[in-house]
Design a protein around this ligand. Structure first.
Ligand SMILES: [Zn+2]
Length: 260
């Protein structure tokens, strides 16, 4: 497989497709961002048509309040939608779209844990993980067709495209993020939540809760696409002094969100 990928990636690099992620990691990203955003927008549009949207003002206010505080740190216009779905899941898509299931809201203990979920998902988007996954996929397969395929989710390529975006579950495509992507989303997410004034220590509580919840018979979809690794909590703990510094700065600056 390496033999096959390497020349393509090397060529991509020559075409200036090597970029640096927000944490300083080199990435092979050679899909145009505008097209990846288009994939995200299309997938989100479809989800909004297919899945019931929660009309609970309490849940909608909670999700908007938390996402609003976090995305104030990133800039850009973000849309957040609460889906009526008892499975604890959340996702963010290129094109600045955030989806939260009601089951995630009822699972978490407090606003800070939900901020940890949303921060982590936004981390995947900011670090262009979908683009990186799609670029790798394209290096071994089929050219630009994958972008258009999102609008034909019943096709194999369409399902792959949704899997790359992390929202292929309803077609049975659970494409887990790599450990590198998970760690990166953790670091970006925990800093973002701290800068917004949410307690970053709750990110550890969240992952412990997730692991506990996935001990049941049905493994959680969220944990299937965001697999846990032995060092996740250790890595978060190592990063906590920096995150707590950001949290304290945010608190002194008056950023003390009360979302619930
Ligand atoms: Zn993740």
């Amino acid at each position: 497989m390496f033999k096959k990928i390497f020349p393509v990636l090397a060529t991509a690099c020559l075409l200036n497709a090597c970029v640096t992620s927000p944490t300083g990691r080199s990435q092979f990203v050679f899909m145009p961002d505008a097209q990846i955003d288009q994939m995200g927008l299309q997938a989100f549009d479809n989800l909004k048509k297919q899945k019931p949207i929660s009309n609970s003002s309490k849940y909608n206010q909670l999700a908007s309040c938390i996402a609003g505080a976090i995305t104030q740190q990133t800039g850009g216009n973000w849309e957040v939608v609460v889906f009526e779905d008892a499975s604890p899941n959340a996702f963010a898509l290129p094109g600045n779209k955030i989806g939260v299931h009601t089951g995630m809201i009822t699972l978490v203990d407090n606003q800070d844990q939900l901020a940890a979920v949303i921060g982590h998902e936004i981390g995947h988007v900011l670090a262009k993980h979908s683009n990186e996954r799609a670029s790798q996929e394209m290096a071994v397969s089929s050219g630009m067709g994958i972008i258009q395929a999102v609008s034909a989710p019943q096709t194999a390529l369409g399902q792959t495209a949704l899997g790359l975006l992390g929202v292929g579950a309803q077609y049975g495509i659970l494409m887990p993020y790599s450990r590198v992507h998970e760690s990166e989303a953790d670091m970006i997410g925990v800093d973002l939540m701290a800068k917004a004034g949410f307690d970053p220590q709750q990110s550890i509580g969240l992952w412990q809760k997730m692991e506990q919840a996935s001990q049941g018979q049905q493994p959680l979809e969220f944990m299937s696409t965001h697999p846990s690794h032995a060092t996740r909590i250790q890595d978060l703990e190592k990063h906590m002094p920096q995150a707590m510094g950001l949290f304290q700065q945010a608190q002194s600056a008056g950023k003390q969100p009360h979302c619930n």
